[in-house]
Design a protein around this ligand. Structure first.
Ligand code: SF4
Length: 294
């Protein structure tokens, strides 16, 4: 449990004493924060509690807002490093830093500058990223740019959506960057004029049928026999559809051809067999994911 404290310094101490695993403090809105650093550092050190200095564009220190005019990358970084230096004065370095902004471009630049100027672990976040669709894209773009360069140690996806969705998006971003082992991956083509089957429906039905499977299985659902076989052959399991039939591939080989009405159940059946085999071989599980090929 990590406490996120704003406004009242007394709650920083309460969170530390309550045994929270870490405490985030927002230096921009905690009353007389600079004067409290000494006490916070001592309490955190006594309890072995890491502190996150969580600078946020929406609540930037007034002094820096006046200096920079708005929450620029430089202003966010200066605020974070200033607060970190106050903790350092009291010999406290168990610190993580975040400099969140709702604009991914500003946020990326702020974290790049911070990474160049400090060795502290960084917690990435695009704050108030918006509703699920927009927020997912903003977060994926920003985290992808930074994590692919080795910048960032923990992440938080902020969506105007239930928290469980934020976690799913975060996991998917990490899997996409190969920072987390992939689980079930459905590779489905976007469909085009060559498609001889309803790919969207097929991909949805296969995904629904395999939901809950946790082994790192790659399943290709392809709409035609032109480009489909190549992708299906590369996956652990796949189908290339056409002429009312589906060629079923397992580990690169066509094992059978079934009528279109039997594609979904055949894929699920073969996926179960492969999953059982993988589990028997001791392959580690990951989380499910869906990718689009084409
Ligand atoms: S596999 Fe490629 S070429 Fe074939 S239907 Fe899908 S998008 Fe079109």
């Amino acid at each position: 449990m990590i406490a996120d404290i704003h406004f009242q310094p007394k709650y920083v101490f309460a969170a530390i004493e309550a045994g929270c695993a870490a405490v985030r403090v927002n230096p921009g809105n905690i009353k007389q924060f600079d004067d409290k650093v000494k006490e916070i550092a001592r309490a955190a050190k006594d309890h072995g509690t890491p502190i996150r200095i969580g600078v946020n564009a929406g609540s930037l220190d007034r002094r820096l807002l006046q200096k920079y005019g708005k929450a620029t990358p430089e202003a966010l970084v200066e605020s974070a490093l200033w607060e970190a230096s106050l903790f350092e004065e009291h010999d406290f370095r168990d610190i993580k830093i975040s400099v969140k902004h709702n604009d991914p471009v500003v946020m990326i630049e702020a974290y790049r500058q911070l990474a160049a100027q400090s060795d502290y672990p960084l917690h990435l976040g695009v704050t108030e990223a918006g509703p699920a669709f927009q927020g997912t894209i903003k977060s994926a773009v920003a985290f992808g740019a930074l994590l692919s360069q080795g910048i960032g140690d923990t992440i938080r996806v902020s969506l105007s959506a239930p928290p469980a969705e934020e976690v799913k998006v975060g996991l998917q971003i990490l899997e996409s960057l190969n920072l987390k082992q992939r689980g079930l991956e459905i590779v489905s083509c976007p469909s085009c004029g060559r498609a001889q089957v309803d790919v969207y429906k097929l991909a949805e039905e296969v995904t629904a049928g395999l939901t809950g499977m946790e082994v790192p299985l790659r399943v290709a659902v392809m709409g035609c026999v032109v480009n489909g076989p190549g992708e299906a052959r590369e996956a652990d399991l796949g189908v290339a559809s056409g002429n009312g039939k589906g060629q079923i591939f397992v580990k690169g080989e066509v094992i059978k051809t079934v009528p279109e009405s039997k594609i979904v159940e055949t894929l699920i059946e073969e996926a179960m067999k492969l999953a059982e085999q993988m589990e028997a071989d001791g392959v580690e599980s990951g989380e499910p994911s869906v990718a689009v090929a084409g």
